[in-house]
Ligand binder design. Structure first.
Ligand code: UFG
Length: 347
C-alpha cells in the first residue's frame, strides 16, 4: 500500500514515516519545510535503508497537491501538515484558520476529483476542551476549545464528518466512492526514535514541556518555569497523558490499515491512559539524564486545563493498538536525541 503523508518530515510525521517503512509500506512525503528540515528525510532514509519519494509543497497549494496526488495515486493519505503552536494561534488566528482548514479542504477536493478515498487525520485531545473530566472517551461531545489552534482541529473534524456523510450519497455529491476516514486524537506526544537520529526540533523557545526540559538538561536554558503549582492535584501541578511518539507512530500504521479495511468514519484517542504531573516529568527526566533539572514555580499559563488523559480502550479494541513504552523509555529516548543533537537538525 502506498501512503502519502502531508507534513511527513515534521515531528510526528517523521516518526510515522519510519514506522510505515518498517512495516513494509511505500511512503510519499509532502512537506513545505516551514517547520521541519530536509535533514529529517535524509535521516529517515538512513535509519530504514529505504527511499522516500519527497515533494516540497504546501498542502494548501491546490494545483501542486492535485498534480502530486494524480501522479502518485496513494491508497491512503495521512494528514499531519498544519500550524500547531497554541500561543501563536492566539496572536495569529486568521493565519491558523486559513492554513489549517485550507489544507484539509484542498486535500478533500483533490481526493474527490481523483477518486481517492482513505484519509487519516491528525487531530488532538484539545477538542475535548474544558467541558469534561478525564479520562476522555471518544463519545464525549467536543467541548469548547481554549484557543484558535484547538478550534481549527475541531472544525477540521466537522468538515471530515460532513464530507464523509456526503460521499456516501455518491454521484449526487460528486464523490465517486465513499470516504473512509479515521481521526486520531493525540494526547501529549513526546520522546523520539530509539536511535536518537530523529526527534523533535522546535524553532526558537519551545512551547511544550518536554523539549523545554530537554534543553535545560543539555544546558541550552537555565531553568524550567513550572506554570502553576496551585492546581487541585496531588503535587499542585497539571497532569497530562504523555505518549511516546513511536507508540503514536505505530498507532498511525494501525489506523491506515483500519481505513483500508472499513468504510465510514471513526475517531480514536491515542494516549497511554496514565497521567503524570509536571513535577513527575521533571523527576523522570532527571533520572534519565543523570542530573537535576533546575526549575522555578511560576504563574499559571492562560488556557491550560488542569487534567487531561485518555481512555484508550477503543483503540485497543478496534485497532489492536496500545501504548507500550513507559515514562522511563520516553525520557531515555528524548535525552538520547537531545544530547546527540543539541541543535536539532541544524549544525
Ligand atoms: N508546562 C510548564 N512549563 C513549560 C511548558 C509547559 O509548566 O515551560 C506545563 C503546562 O502548563 C502543562 C504541561 O506542562 O501543564 C504540558 O504542557 P505542554 O505545552 O507540553 O502541552 P499541553 O498539554 O499544553 O498541549 C498539548 C499539545 C497541544 C494540544 C494540547 C491539548 O501541545 O497541541 O496538548 O491536547 F492542543
Amino acid at each position: 500500500m502506498k501512503i502519502l503523508l502531508t507534513g511527513g518530515a515534521g515531528y510526528i510525521g517523521s516518526h510515522t514515516t519510519v514506522a510505515l517503512l518498517t512495516a513494509g509500506y511505500n511512503v510519499v512525503v509532502l512537506d513545505d519545510f516551514s517547520n521541519s528540515s530536509p535533514e529529517a528525510v535524509r535521516r529517515m532514509e538512513k535509519l530504514t535503508g529505504k527511499a522516500i519519494s519527497l515533494y516540497e509543497a504546501n498542502a494548501a497549494d491546490k494545483a501542486k497537491v492535485f498534480e502530486i496526488l494524480k501522479r502518485e495515486m496513494p491508497e491512503s493519505i495521512i494528514h499531519f501538515a498544519g500550524l500547531k503552536a497554541v500561543g501563536e494561534s492566539v496572536e495569529k488566528p486568521v493565519e491558523y484558520y486559513r492554513n489549517n482548514i485550507d489544507t484539509t479542504l484542498t486535500l478533500l477536493e483533490c481526493m474527490r476529483d481523483l477518486g481517492l478515498s482513505r484519509f487519516v487525520f491528525s487531530s488532538s485531545a484539545t477538542v475535548y476542551g474544558e467541558a469534561h473530566t478525564p479520562p476522555f472517551t471518544e463519545e464525549m461531545t467536543k467541548g469548547s476549545c481554549t484557543n484558535p489552534y484547538g478550534w481549527t482541529k475541531w472544525i477540521q473534524e466537522q468538515i471530515l464528518a460532513d464530507a464523509q456523510e456526503a460521499s456516501e450519497k455518491g454521484l449526487i455529491s460528486g464523490w465517486k466512492t465513499p470516504l473512509s476516514v479515521v481521526m486520531l486524537r493525540y494526547f501529549n506526544p513526546v520522546g523520539s526514535h530509539e536511535s536518537g537520529l530523529i526527534g523533535e526540533d522546535p524553532q526558537g523557545i519551545p512551547n511544550n514541556l518536554m523539549p523545554f526540559i530537554s534543553q535545560v538538561a543539555v544546558g541550552m536554558r537555565d531553568k524550567l518555569i513550572v506554570f502553576g503549582d496551585d492546581y487541585d492535584t496531588p503535587d499542585g501541578t497539571c497532569r497530562r497523558d504523555y505518549i511516546h511518539v513511536m507508540d503514536l507512530a505505530e498507532g498511525h500504521v494501525k489506523a491506515a490499515e483500519y481505513a483500508a479495511a472499513h468504510e465510514g468514519i471513526e475517531v480514536f484517542n491515542l494516549g497511554s491512559g496514565k497521567p503524570y504531573s509536571v513535577l513527575e516529568m521533571v523527576e523522570a527526566f532527571s533520572k534519565a539524564c543523570g542530573h537535576d533539572i533546575a526549575y522555578e514555580i511560576g504563574a499559571r499559563r492562560a488556557g491550560d486545563i488542569q487534567d487531561s488523559w485518555a481512555n484508550a480502550e477503543k483503540a485497543k479494541r478496534l485497532l489492536g493498538w496500545e501504548a507500550k513504552r513507559g515514562i522511563e523509555e520516553i525520557c531515555h529516548d528524548a535525552w538520547k536525541w537531545q544530547s546527540q543533537n543539541p541543535n536539532g537538525y541544524g549544525e
